[in-house]
Design a protein. Structure first.
Length: 395
C-alpha cells in the first residue's frame, strides 16, 4: 500500500489483486501532476501556460483509463465516472474508493465497451499504452464533449508521442502539451464543436491465413486495445499450429483469451465441448465473444468472463486450459500474472486435466509449471517460443 497526497486529502492506494510484496505503486507522477493541475497548484513557469485557477469539477466528470483508481478516488466527492478497459483496474478503484471512506455509489464504474455518458463537462484521460484504444475512446466520447468541456490528458513523457497529440487534435480540437514535471506531461485539448471525426473505426476483423494451424480460415474480431488487434500474434499462431485435438463433452478454458481465436479454434474442432473465455480486458472479452459468434455453430456452448484469471471457475471442472500469458501489466514487466494463471489452472483442472502454455523461451515457464504440477513437457519449440504441457495429477 502506498499513499498519494492531494489537495482533497491523502489516500492509501493499492493495486488489484492486493499483494503486500508488490513493490509497484498504485499511482504515478502523471496522476499526481494532473491532480495538482485540477486543484490549481501551478508553479510560476506554468502560470504563463494555463493559469493557476482550480478546474470547476461541479459538472459531469469522466475519467478514462485510470490505471488503479488514483484519479477516481481523489475526485470521488465530485461523483466521477470511471471508464476503463480493465477488470483489475475497476476492482482496484472499487477497493480504493471504499478504503477512502466513500460510499459504493460515490463513483460510477463503467467500461470502454459500455455506452459513454451523454454529456461530459470535464474529460480526464490517462493516456493508454494502446494508441488504438485512445483513438476508439476519443471517437466514442467526442459526441458528449461540448465547447466548454475541459479536456486534460496525462501520461509519462515516454507514453506521449506526436501520434498521441495528433489523435486529440483530429478528434477533439486544438491540442498542446505542458512542461514536463517528474518525467510526466499534461495534454490540453480545446473542443471544437465544428469538428466531426466520425465514428470509431473499431472493432476490426481479419481472416486467419493458412499458416495459422487449427485457426486457418477463422475470422478474428478485434476491439481496440486488444493485444495484436490488427494481426495474429506469433505466440498464438505457434500454439494454433500444435493445438491439442480432443472429442467429446470436454470443458476447455481459453485463459487470457484476447480475441478468442484459441478457444474458438478448439471448439470448432470439437463442437461437443464447452469453452470458457476469460480475460481481465473488457475489450478482449467482447472480441472473444464476437470471434466465437462469427465461427462457431449456434449450438456450441460458451461462457465469457471478465475477471482475474480463474478466480471464478469452480475447482476441478476444467479438462483443458489454453494459455498465452502476458508478462507485463501496463508498463511493468512481471511474472505475477503468469503465476496466478498457472496456479489457478491447477485448481480449476480435473485430475488428468492439462494446461498448455506458450511463451518466450527466456521466461522459463517450465520452472513454474514443475513447481506447481510436478511435471512439464515440451510439446514443441522454435528459436523464440516453447509450448509446454502440464498435467494435473493426484498427490
Amino acid at each position: 500500500m502506498n499513499q498519494l497526497s492531494t489537495s482533497w486529502g491523502a489516500y492509501d492506494l493499492t493495486r488489484f489483486p492486493e499483494d503486500p510484496r508488490d513493490p509497484l505503486r498504485a499511482w504515478s507522477a502523471a496522476d499526481a501532476y494532473l491532480l495538482r493541475h485540477l486543484a490549481g497548484e501551478t508553479d510560476e513557469k506554468d502560470k504563463t501556460e494555463e493559469g493557476a485557477k482550480p478546474v470547476d469539477l461541479s459538472g459531469s466528470v469522466a475519467v478514462v483509463g485510470d490505471r488503479w483508481g488514483a484519479l477516481t478516488t481523489a475526485l470521488a466527492e465530485h461523483g466521477p465516472t470511471l471508464i476503463t478497459d480493465s477488470f483489475l483496474a475497476r476492482e482496484a478503484t472499487r477497493a480504493n474508493v471504499a478504503r477512502a471512506g466513500f460510499a459504493p455509489d460515490a463513483v460510477r464504474l463503467s467500461t470502454t465497451i459500455d455506452a459513454p455518458p451523454s454529456r461530459i463537462d470535464v474529460l480526464l484521460v490517462r493516456v493508454p499504452k494502446s494508441l488504438a484504444l485512445l483513438e476508439d475512446q476519443l471517437h466514442r466520447l467526442a459526441p458528449a464533449v461540448h465547447a466548454g468541456t475541459v479536456v486534460v490528458g496525462t501520461g509519462m513523457v515516454t507514453e506521449i508521442h506526436t501520434s498521441t497529440l495528433d489523435l486529440f487534435e483530429r478528434i477533439i480540437g486544438p491540442t498542446r502539451t505542458s512542461l514536463a514535471k517528474q518525467k510526466a506531461r499534461l495534454i490540453f485539448s480545446t473542443p471544437d464543436p465544428q469538428r466531426d471525426a466520425g465514428p470509431s473505426p473499431w472493432p476490426r476483423s481479419y481472416v486467419l491465413d493458412s499458416d495459422s494451424g487449427a485457426g486457418a480460415g477463422l475470422t478474428a474480431v478485434n476491439h481496440a486495445g486488444v493485444f495484436c488487434a490488427e494481426r495474429l500474434d506469433i505466440g498464438t499462431r505457434f500454439l494454433l499450429q500444435h493445438l491439442p485435438t480432443g472429442k467429446g463433452a470436454a470443458h476447455i478454458v481459453d485463459l487470457g483469451c484476447g480475441n478468442g481465436v484459441l478457444g474458438t479454434a478448439a471448439v470448432v474442432a470439437n463442437p461437443e465441448a464447452t469453452v470458457t473465455f476469460i480475460d481481465e480486458s473488457y475489450p478482449a472479452v467482447a472480441s472473444a465473444q464476437a470471434t466465437f459468434r462469427a465461427n462457431a455453430a449456434d449450438s456450441t456452448r460458451a461462457e465469457f468472463i471478465a475477471g482475474d484469471a480463474l478466480a471464478t471457475v469452480p475447482a476441478g471442472t476444467a479438462d483443458l486450459v489454453l494459455n498465452n500469458p502476458p508478462f507485463h501489466t501496463h508498463q511493468a514487466t512481471s511474472g505475477a500474472t503468469a503465476w496466478r494463471m498457472f496456479s489457478g489452472a491447477r485448481a480449476a483442472l480435473r485430475p488428468g486435466g492439462e494446461l498448455w502454455v506458450v511463451g518466450n523461451r527466456h521466461l522459463d515457464y517450465h520452472v513454474k509449471l514443475r513447481k506447481l504440477f510436478g511435471n512439464s513437457q515440451v510439446v514443441a519449440g522454435n528459436p523464440k517460443f516453447v509450448l509446454l504441457r502440464a498435467v494435473k495429477r493426484d498427490r
